[in-house]
Design a protein around this ligand. Structure first.
Ligand code: HEC
Length: 100
């Protein structure tokens, strides 16, 4: 019973957390890491220069658009529709800067 209460309390807290702002790392750790840490669904692995080079070569604007609107198996905004476009862009910046 206690466990259930704790779980509900955590969920409520998580739901109340305000927007991430421009903290790309915080967004990445919470939303994007699920696929981009291990390469789930063929997502380019965070920090893997070889996998990211051809993507970075497409230009930041393309990466922003694909992250915001989705691309292949990549869900729009990583499936987290509450993220603002700027938050997604900040997260792409973080991923790119750590993967080149
Ligand atoms: C459900 C799994 C999943 C989640 C969660 C996810 N991604 Fe992805 N992402 C993918 C996959 C799969 C691809 C490869 C898509 C392709 O090239 O076909 C991808 C590709 C990308 C690319 C490269 C796009 C390109 O044009 O090459 C960027 C940038 C990206 N993701 C950003 C993010 C960001 C930012 C988040 C978190 C807000 C995120 N992803 C969360 C699965 C995911």
């Amino acid at each position: 019973m206690k466990k259930i209460f704790f779980t509900v309390a955590v969920l409520v807290l998580v739901a109340m957390v305000p927007a991430y702002g421009a903290d790309g790392k915080a967004v990445f750790d919470k939303v994007c890491t699920f696929c981009h840490k291990t390469g789930r669904l063929t997502a380019p692995v965070f920090g893997d220069k070889e996998l990211w080079a051809p993507r970075i070569a497409k230009g930041k604007d393309t990466l922003y658009q694909h992250a915001i609107n989705g691309h292949g198996m990549m869900p729009a905004k990583g499936g987290e529709a509450t993220l603002s476009d700027d938050e997604v862009k900040a997260t792409v910046d973080y991923m790119v800067s750590e993967s080149k």
